[in-house]
Each structure stands twice: as C-alpha cells, then as structure tokens.
Design a protein around this ligand. Sequence first.
Ligand code: NAD
Length: 380
Amino acid sequence: MENGYAKYRVAVIGSGNWGSVASRLIASNTAKLPSFYDEVRMWVFEEMLPTGKKLSESINQENENCKYLPGIKLGSNVIADPDLESAVKDANMLVFVTPHQFVEGICKKLVGKLRPGAEAISLIKGMEIAVEKFSEATIGYRKDKEAATRWAKLFTTPYFLVSVVEDIEGVELCGTLKNVVAIAAGLVDGLDMGNNTKAAIMRIGLREMRAFSKLLFPSVRDNTFFESCGVADLITTCLGGRNRRVAEAFARNGGKRSFDELEAEMLHGQKLQGVSTAREVYEVLTYRGWQELFPLLSTVHEICIGQLPPTSIVEYSEHTPNLSIIGDPHSDSQAQYCQWNQKLEDLDDELRGLILVVVWLLGGRVLDLGGYCGCINFTD
Ligand SMILES: NC(=O)c1ccc[n+]([C@@H]2O[C@H](COP(=O)([O-])OP(=O)(O)OC[C@H]3O[C@@H](n4cnc5c(N)ncnc54)[C@H](O)[C@@H]3O)[C@@H](O)[C@H]2O)c1
C-alpha cells in the first residue's frame, strides 16, 4: 500500500519473443498508470550470445532483446534480471510467459520466495503487438472480476483490446490445445491439400478442443470458444504460427526428419509447444480411454512420434467421433453426456488433483498465487 491505495509492482517471468513483447507492452502502461510502479523486472533465462556477451547484459545495455525480439526497444523501465528470486521478490503481479515445459521447474524454485498476496497470470501468443498492429486478448478469471479487470488495465492499449471472461479453464485450454490443431494445419499445408481441407481440419480441431475441455472441466463455457482466445487465436495459429510452420516442413520431408531436428534448425532457440502438448493430451486420452472420441488430437501425436505417416491427418474420417454428446446437451445423447459429467463429478480428490497437474503440465498453468488464478490468451 502506498498513499492509502494499493500500488502494484510487475515482474515478467520469461524473455523469449512473446515475453519481450509483453514486457514492452506492460512497461508502456506501468509508466503511465499511477497505481503501478514504473519498473518492470523481466526474468531472463541466461544465455551467451555469439558475441560472448550475456543476453541479460545485452538487453540492459541496448534496451533490446537482440536474440528474441531484435530491432524493437523495450522501454527504459524494463530491467532484465537473470536471477529469478531477485526478479520476483518485490513483485505483487507476476506474468508467466515462458514455454510451458519450463513452468514446473520455475514454479518449484518460486515456492516460498513470493510476496504474500502476489497474483499471477499466464500469457499466450502475440506477435504483431510488438509493432502495434491492432489485436485482441482474453483474460480468463475464476471469481475475482476486480482483479481480472486490473490485469486487463495493465495490458490494454488503443491497439490491443483486452476482454475478461469468467472461465479460467476454458481460456487456458483454448491456448494450449490450439497448438496441437496448428500442427495438423501445418501437415495439411505440407501435403499441399489446400484451403478447404485446412478449414475442415480447423473446424474439427475446434470441435475437439471444445469437447476435450468440457469433458475435463464441465464448467467450461461454449461462448469462450467464440472469444479471441478461441476461434480467433486458432485461426491465426493455424495460418501463421511456428507450430504450423515446422509441421509443414515435417510433412514436406515425409516425416523423415524429426520435429526436434526441425525445431532446432528452424526456430533458433524458440520453442515449439504443439508437439509436447499433443503428447500430454494423448496421455490424458489414453488414461481416460477417450482416444476414439478425439481422432484428430490422437492422430497428431501418433504422426509426431512417427507411428503414422503425415498423410494420416486426413485419413481418419471413418472413425468420426460422436461428439454431439458433448456439443448438444439436449440431443438424444443427453443421458450419455450426463454420464460423462457424473463420471467427472465422481472423481475423488486425488484424481481431480491429478487432472489439475496434467492440465498444468499441458500448459494449462492453473496457478493460484495468493487468491487469484489468472490467464490471458492473445491473438496475434
Ligand atoms: N511469441 C508468440 O507470439 C507466441 C506464440 C505462440 C505461443 N507463445 C507462448 O508464449 C510462451 C513463451 O514463448 P516466447 O515466444 O516468449 O518464447 P520463445 O520460444 O521465443 O523463447 C524460448 C524462451 O525459453 C527460454 N528458455 C530456454 N531454455 C530454458 C530453460 N531451461 N528454462 C527456462 N527458460 C528457458 C529462452 O531463453 C527463451 O526466453 C510460450 O508458452 C508460447 O506458447 C508465444
């Protein structure tokens, strides 16, 4: 508290491409808004640059992340800090923006190191925001609309509109699962199948995203899939993202060069999310016995590990799942839908915990650091 009102200090955990864009955006707002301290501390996973200089030193000297966001000034109030504990110690608003595979390790290091009452949000997506092209985002929240609105204020600019929806799991799962669908879209591109096929794959993907989310969390709302975090983010990721691009190359090579190899060659340190997410989704599907309900999500994983050829992405139509049981609760299958729900309701605490951990590992990042669970999903 300062001068009788809360003053917030923001730390950004992550400094890749989107981490740098987010820090820049946030810093432009904290410099203007009196309820925030100007300085935004950005934790940098330290790397040595080819010049022999440390990345964090270079960022602080040049005010630019020459590896992950070259050519764009971050703002003089962005301070790069390679020490995680020092980066977060004074912050009461934490922005998680690191590739999801590192989140667990980072969270373990943060245990006991945060200010009491610190809030957290996780970010997904957002390229054109760096050059201030019009774009949108959705913040998912559980109950605390006031906190969600404060986060929205931190991110909103005239070129970047942020809305809030009371559906944290829905927003998170949209952001996570769309990367798997983007792999499918990239395979279609690599097979030169054209826009109609790609649109069909995107539609089936969106349907499976919604069904999977609702089976895991019955509270997930249909409307969330029509927010920017849903259909808009799916479209942009399937048209232009890195998952799509690498999957296209994978298909063009007939599946003979692995995703790991192509990621290293094509992304120069940036990380793919779709392949590891597909594996994690597959583990959930296998564990629950749901594979046949989700042929697209399952097939993507089986292609990624070389069990199926890339062409299989359009060869599963005989196994069309009966997803109407999830899409239309008033259909004849309503009883079956209710059974699914009941099944989930019946899960004991341990199993619910397991699902939460799995979703978190999926990139769901359901973090609760001081009462507020936040997530944000950007359309680039
Ligand atoms: N940039 C975008 O528009 C975009 C697009 C899609 C998704 N996202 C999401 O944003 C999140 C962050 O992506 P990004 O674009 O900022 O990162 P990035 O892929 O550009 O960069 C990878 C980052 O991971 C760091 N890193 C490497 N090894 C690490 C380790 N062992 N521990 C911790 N960090 C390590 C690197 O230093 C770098 O900061 C991801 O969850 C991603 O899905 C961003």
